[in-house]
Design a protein. Structure first.
Length: 368
């Protein structure tokens, strides 16, 4: 038996449980990296009880997290950045895991939430997510949408050489590598729209619902965007991966994915999420148009495998205008003091996109 004390200092007796039979949720000494340790922890059905009874284990884990965060966000160490963002990716996946998955038991595990919060706070405070303040001349909602369009059009991410390369010079091997790299976010996008709908203002639900309906293939499961993208992967002989090839991403790609999840899952970041989503719709059409021309240059498209990208070339033009006029304008009008948050989210997306495109372009060139 062991005792705990209530606030009134009266002891209550709880049945003793021999914790020697509880599986150790992680071996910090054995784990090659922090992300591997976290992935092991997530599978532990007894995780919360274990740390309740062995707080020194959690203290050791938290110390390791702090060391990784120092290396990642203070010293800019690439390995540490990869480890931290892979850890954050694993923690976010708990919130979109299939309901039948055993790991769902740990979705709101307080220890995992504490770790996630520690990582997010350091990331938010880092140079990686620094932004330029909204110009004082931006006073109305329409001024804000003009500012978002302007910063997007002038940003290197909107005219990145990666897509000129894919259009004119990429080989099939290099295009396949691009598709793998594009997988995790494309397949998750349905859920991101659902997250945008949660708690949304009634004035914007129509536009968000239209995006949701388009993503769902307008009710045809064979035309859903996830189905279309999986058809592309199958047609070009890219095998299924349980993590949708996220393990192949460098830290830049994981950071781009994590940005969507951080702003989508945290209600305090919800208005920044709108800027993230709006810029995505602005960027995609011209870039995907170049991509599809590059694919057809190599004889692709005869089996309908490019329908995912073809659809986004046309539909995202509509979505971009819809996000600006029917989501950002009404919310910026209602919450004018928060316009800077929406603008910051737009910049976050542009900056993480540029870093991801830079890293991916370099990797594709190395494939020769």
């Amino acid at each position: 038996m062991f005792s705990v004390r209530t606030e009134s200092e009266h002891a209550i007796r709880l049945p003793f449980r021999d914790t020697s039979s509880l599986p150790v949720p992680l071996g910090l000494a054995e784990a090659e990296d922090l992300a591997s340790a976290i992935r092991t922890m997530i599978e532990g059905a007894e995780l919360e009880m274990y740390f309740d009874l062995h707080p020194e284990e959690f203290a050791a884990l938290r110390h390791r997290v702090d060391e990784a965060l120092d290396a990642a966000f203070e010293r800019g160490d690439d390995d540490a950045l990869a480890d931290v963002h892979a850890t954050l990716f694993a923690l976010y996946e708990l919130h979109v895991a299939p309901a039948a998955s055993e790991r769902c038991a740990n979705q709101f595990n307080p220890y995992l939430i504490r770790l996630r919060g520690a990582i997010e706070r350091r990331w938010l405070a880092s140079e990686a997510l620094s932004t330029t303040p909204l110009d004082a001349g931006v006073r109305t909602a329409r001024d804000l949408t003009d500012a978002i369009c302007s910063v997007s059009a002038q940003h290197r991410a909107s005219k990145h050489p990666l897509f000129d390369f894919l259009e004119k010079d990429a080989t099939r091997v290099q295009l396949s590598a691009f598709f793998r790299s594009d997988s995790a976010l494309n397949i998750r996008f349905f859920d991101l729209i659902v997250l945008a709908l949660l708690g949304s203002d009634p004035s914007v639900r129509g536009e968000l619902s239209q995006n949701f309906w388009d993503e769902a293939g307008k009710g045809d499961p064979q035309r859903s965007h996830v189905a279309l993208f999986r058809h592309l992967l199958h047609t070009v002989d890219i095998p299924h991966a349980d993590d949708d090839h996220a393990s192949l991403l460098g830290w830049q790609g994981l950071a781009g994915y994590n940005l969507f999840m951080m702003t989508g899952l945290n209600r305090s970041q919800g208005l920044k999420s709108l800027g993230v989503m709006a810029v995505t719709e602005l960027l995609d059409p011209t870039q995907y148009e170049k991509l599809t021309r590059g694919c057809r240059r190599l004889g692709m498209g005869g089996e309908g495998e490019l329908e995912y990208y073809d659809e986004h070339v046309s539909i995202d033009v509509v979505h971009a205008e819809g996000w600006l006029s029917n989501v950002i304008v009404p919310l910026a009008t209602k919450f004018p003091s928060q316009m800077g948050d929406i603008y910051a989210g737009a910049q976050w997306r542009l900056n993480t996109c540029e870093a991801y495109y830079d890293a991916l372009y370099e990797r594709l060139l190395a494939l020769g």
